[in-house]
Design a protein around this ligand. Structure first.
Ligand SMILES: Cc1ncc(COP(=O)(O)O)c(C=O)c1O
Length: 448
């Protein structure tokens, strides 16, 4: 009987960790406090904590207490659509059903004439034709790039970020990020033992003066910026702000990692920040959001002086990103299919944003008319963790604002991703249920 009890308690704690009630790196309540709350004994809580420690969910320190492990953010944040019963507003991916046919065609065409040079190891980190395709893709959306030798290939933007952070920082070094940021960056910093400093943003993105102050106080070695449809706030930096940020970086001792994974969603082209400081910046694009995350195809444009160094890190970690997938990506880019797919997704995003705006207009939301996601400020009577949990009870998967900062209680937001649900009717049903829940606002169904 007591065996069952401590497993139940462990499940309750794990659910709280997974939904952000107990965020990464925070201290769990003392045994006695939790025992009183859950109507059990401190010994049972102790056994539950031990079980969770064996699953690497928590870590105990003599005299300090038990803490939630910090390494599993992405697992928690990205709730893959593995259950058709769920309405997935959590995962930020394109509406895949529109991309399946062109992808099938590109795979068939590429693999029908598979040349042997695609199947072996090569010296450079990427075939020339693949790097040329990367150049074409990035140039279409605002990057100035003329030489394919300035392009490196990575297995997705996440891999590109990890490679660059590893190459340009040491353990203990500081990384500057936007006030709310893509959790993948926090996860890399956690894994590699880098410190993260969050820089203030306004409605145009990272504030140049705040970056300047942070460079003086914390001496970050790199700053990561998502200039278009920022994840999670949806902010797009206008050209003037990009120029001001570039000036601050140009005057300091810092590298820019410009992650422009959502640049293809801009209604008109905005020049990349990297264009103003090509010798101090790395520009990242990826096909994950326009075509499919399964391709794992990303392009890094690096300063000429840094190509060998970054290439060495790519070789050391993965040797080279799969030429087979890059062959398909190249076929899609050169035929123009990739741009048509990107455009189709942008149109759908606009349609879905308009639908959501009608229903959630009573809330303070931040996004662009063509963004994949919306950053929603919750009404006062909802706390973000409770909302995520209650939504989950109703099979609505959303992301807690707590995932996007080191201080998980800095805001009271959720991020809604609008593109993962394939079917329009199902998408609209999900939004209606979300709007009802947001309006309900009492949090009265909260289970714990
Ligand atoms: C800002 C940002 N960068 C990088 C990634 C990861 O992209 P990829 O699938 O290319 O690794 C994401 C995914 O959500 C993202 O939002």
């Amino acid at each position: 009987m007591s065996d069952i009890k401590f497993r139940q308690i462990a499940e309750t704690i794990e659910a709280r960790i997974n939904t952000g009630v107990y965020p990464a790196n925070t201290k769990l309540p003392p045994h006695r406090v939790l025992a009183d709350e859950l109507e059990t004994t401190p010994t049972t809580v102790s056994k539950a904590y031990k079980l969770l420690a064996e699953k690497n969910k928590v870590e105990s320190f003599v005299g300090r207490g038990t803490f939630v492990c910090g390494g599993a953010e992405l697992e928690t944040v990205i709730q893959a659509p593995d259950d058709n019963a769920d309405y997935n507003f959590s995962i930020l991916q394109p509406c895949l059903k529109h991309n399946i046919l062109p992808l099938q065609a590109a795979f068939q065409q590429t693999y029908a004439t598979l040349p042997s040079e695609l199947l072996g190891y090569i010296e450079h980190s990427g075939h020339l034709s693949h790097r040329q395709a990367g150049m074409k893709w990035a140039a279409e959306f605002g990057l100035s790039v003329l030489d394919p030798d300035d392009i490196l290939l990575a297995s997705g933007a996440q891999n590109a970020l990890a490679i660059l952070i590893q190459t340009y920082t040491k353990p203990g070094d500081c990384i500057a990020v936007e006030a709310f940021t893509y959790p993948g960056i926090l996860s890399i910093a956690n894994l590699l033992g880098r410190r993260v400093v969050e820089v203030a943003m306004d409605s145009e993105g990272m504030c140049p003066t705040a970056l300047k102050d942070t460079m003086l106080s914390d001496k970050p070695k790199v700053v990561v910026i998502v200039p278009s449809h920022q994840n999670p706030t949806g902010v797009t930096m206008p050209q003037g702000r990009r120029e001001s940020i570039a000036k601050v970086i140009a005057a300091g001792n810092i590298w820019l990692l410009e992650d422009d994974i959502y640049g293809f969603l801009n209604p008109s082209v905005i020049p990349a920040i990297s264009n103003y400081i090509p010798e101090k910046s790395f520009h990242i694009t990826s096909l994950s959001k326009a075509i499919s995350p399964a391709l794992r195809c990303a392009f890094i444009k690096a300063p000429k002086s840094e190509i060998r160094k970054v290439g060495a890190c790519i070789r050391t970690s993965i040797w080279l990103a799969s030429p087979l997938n890059f062959a398909v990506a190249t076929q899609l880019i050169n035929s123009g299919a990739a741009f048509s797919m990107a455009n189709k997704q942008k149109q759908l995003a606009a349609q879905r944003q308009a639908f959501v705006a009608e229903l959630l207009g009573f809330l303070a939301c931040s996004s662009q008319p063509t963004s994949y996601h919306i950053w929603v400020k919750l009404p006062k009577n909802w706390r973000q963790e409770h909302f995520v949990m209650e939504a989950k009870n109703q099979q609505l998967l959303v992301s807690s604002g707590g995932y996007f900062s080191q201080q998980s209680d800095k805001s009271n937001h959720i991020r809604l991703s609008l593109m993962a649900i394939d079917d329009e009717q199902r998408f609209q049903q999900g939004v209606v249920s979300l709007a009802n829940l947001l309006q309900d606002g009492q949090g009265s169904h909260f289970l714990f």
